[in-house]
Design a protein around this ligand. Sequence first.
Ligand SMILES: NC(=O)c1ccc[n+]([C@@H]2O[C@H](COP(=O)([O-])OP(=O)(O)OC[C@H]3O[C@@H](n4cnc5c(N)ncnc54)[C@H](OP(=O)(O)O)[C@@H]3O)[C@@H](O)[C@H]2O)c1
Length: 296
Amino acid sequence: MIAFITGGTGFIGSHLIGKLLSEGWDVHLLCRKETNFSLVNNSTSQPTIHELTGKPEDLNRIVKKVKPDLVFHLASLSPSVHTLEDIPTLIESNITLGTQLVEAMVQNECYQLINTGTILQHYEGMPYSPASLYGATKQAFEAIIQYYIETTPLKAIHLKLANVYGKNDPRPRIFSLLKKAALEQITLEMTPGEQYIDLIYIDDVVEAFYVAALRFEKRMDRKQEKFLISSQTPIKLKELVRIYEEVAGHKVSICWGGKPYRSREMMAYQPYGIPLPQWKIKNSLYEGIKKTLSIE
Ligand SMILES: NC(=O)c1ccc[n+]([C@@H]2O[C@H](COP(=O)([O-])OP(=O)(O)OC[C@H]3O[C@@H](n4cnc5c(N)ncnc54)[C@H](OP(=O)(O)O)[C@@H]3O)[C@@H](O)[C@H]2O)c1
């Protein structure tokens, strides 16, 4: 199988590349001039890299050359809170790039796409209620895909991910913040901690992409499917910190209520979407935190 991956140099994409290569796939990766490859698997087999030059025809040229059986679209800019300056790159990364990709796919008769969405498209479990501008751009791109679904042979599976955690996450996520605060013996200012967090370990997410990829063979004539990739057991931030302290074996000094809640935090668990068939979470939160912190 030939896979073409966008966002393959990111946290999730780099793990997905490792999985596909280990399963014997021929993996092709989209990148930019400024892309940092430090996360991409350093095993003996390597993905083939295709660079964007900034021209509108880039994706057409690349897709024509690769002729992928399946495209995994993960590239995205995902700020939790956006600034005015973020808006052009947010639109470019989350809408324009994806639209050029799908246009290139149908022009080159490549009709199988896995698109990456987020639970932030569905605040309070609504069919469309974005929790952030980032969530709104993800939904906008999903709506654009609908056009291609209705007018071309394109088939798509949308995976809407909860919060992904694990090793090699370059961003300052909750566990690295807690670890740093404990090591440096500083007090972390946090919200009152009553919001829910839905966390899934990176290996389980990669498995979801893989199960979705294999699904294309079985799903017969279904043009489009949408699945929620969630732990299905979100917990309150306060409880998450308690579990972290238990697994890590150290306390973290936290000033609860030192920061206000962000707008549209998940104050109740109201999931939207159905789970991916044939996929199950294998790593409990305890196991996932252990692996993330490299505790045997
Ligand atoms: N991580 C999570 O908790 C989570 C939760 C829900 C959904 N998701 C979704 O899952 C996907 C992967 O997330 P991630 O955490 O792995 O993201 P990430 O680590 O931030 O990686 C983002 C990737 O997108 C690429 N990219 C961004 N804008 C691009 C552009 N204009 N042109 C080409 N490449 C571009 C980046 O390339 P460069 O290396 O060149 O910057 C990088 O490879 C995203 O679609 C994200 O929205 C993630």
